[in-house]
Design a protein around this ligand. Sequence first.
Ligand SMILES: Cc1cc2nc3c(=O)[nH]c(=O)nc-3n(C[C@H](O)[C@H](O)[C@H](O)COP(=O)(O)OP(=O)(O)OC[C@H]3O[C@@H](n4cnc5c(N)ncnc54)[C@H](O)[C@@H]3O)c2cc1C
Length: 386
Amino acid sequence: MDLRLTAEQERLRAEVRAWLATVMHAEIEGFPYSEEEDPAALRAFNKLLAWNGWIAPAWPREYGGMELGAVEQLVFGEEMAYARAPNGGRGPAVGYAGPTIMLAGTDEQKRRHLPGITNWDVVWAQGFSEPGSGSDLASLTTTAIRDGDDWILNGTKIWTSHAHYADWMYLLARTDPEAPKHRGISYFLLDLKAPGVSFQPLLNIAGRKGFGQFFFDNVRMPPDGLLGEVNRGWYLATTTLDLERSNIANAGGARRTIDDLCGYLRESGVRASTVNRHRLAGHAVEVAVVTMLSYRVASMLAMGAVPNQEASLLKLFLSELDQRIANTGLHLLGAYGQLMPGSPLAKLQAQFALTYLTTVPRTIAGGTSEIQRNIIATRGLGLPRG
Ligand SMILES: Cc1cc2nc3c(=O)[nH]c(=O)nc-3n(C[C@H](O)[C@H](O)[C@H](O)COP(=O)(O)OP(=O)(O)OC[C@H]3O[C@@H](n4cnc5c(N)ncnc54)[C@H](O)[C@@H]3O)c2cc1C
């Protein structure tokens, strides 16, 4: 087994790193902690990425991508995360909306929607969760009822990330209330400027505009708002999740945090307690473990396999590790660790107070830790369902 990257992959890493060194500066680096606060600056950063062809590096060239393989995609993601480059809504567009449109869209839908993603003219949001439907998503109650050739949408979507600057939403709605719950759902593409759409921002635990709630009051969607077949939306949504190639979780951000903390301890002369030194050393080992887990997922994808419990294991371990590292950072920085951005006394860009808070939702978003453990238990360990 050869765990080294190829010369070509190392060249890509160097190219991305050199590019990031020219565009990243202190304010942009702060975005991972406050990126929802300045949508215009985020859009400008993503426009820069688009200009390089790097919005969707794994996509086929005909849709504006670079056809990078899964390992190259991971290398790219590691460098972006290590540099603390902002995400700015690329996840839902590149990871979910785009691949689903490629899979099930008509030629017209592909022509209309895909260039807007790779040029970064259109920001997409994901409309899956509802107030009563999260882990049990198939219980959703938002409805889309036919009216001639159009569809009339009523209901609500909640916890929508990037909500306050999104232009379009891909969403699931119930189109056959009589059918068994998984079989009466369809997949739609909605222009969020349509009459009848309203929006309420929601502040996250850190007091930031982390997400929002959308309300649909008799929103008329044209026939080409439907993606794929009527009542097959559930299967399309799960296929998208399986097909999702572009966001292999990586340890770049965690590695950077450890490096920042070690740099701070070396330069400040602060003497960390033995307990905290051991915690930090333990995290360095855990980061190495996550790196291996992410390369396992990438190499499965590269061989044409679809990771399942392997991706759950990676998501679970990394999101919980992020919380542990944030906790250690707070301990190491002492009272300074609690200062929020803007404080003149804050250390390390005041990242730890905010990170401590913003790593909490990471174990909820994209499927909670309990759901990931259920998957690992049943599909990974072969245990019977509880
Ligand atoms: C930061 C953030 C961003 C998000 N962005 C989006 C977005 O852009 N679009 C979108 O559609 N949604 C988004 N979500 C919503 C997210 O997908 C849901 O919050 C998540 O799926 C959990 O659903 P819920 O909140 O309804 O909790 P519930 O499903 O009600 O779960 C409550 C608790 O019960 C546990 N639980 C539930 N079922 C089981 C089970 N079978 N076995 C064991 N335990 C169980 C859960 O683990 C959890 O602890 C986001 C959430 C967060 C935190």
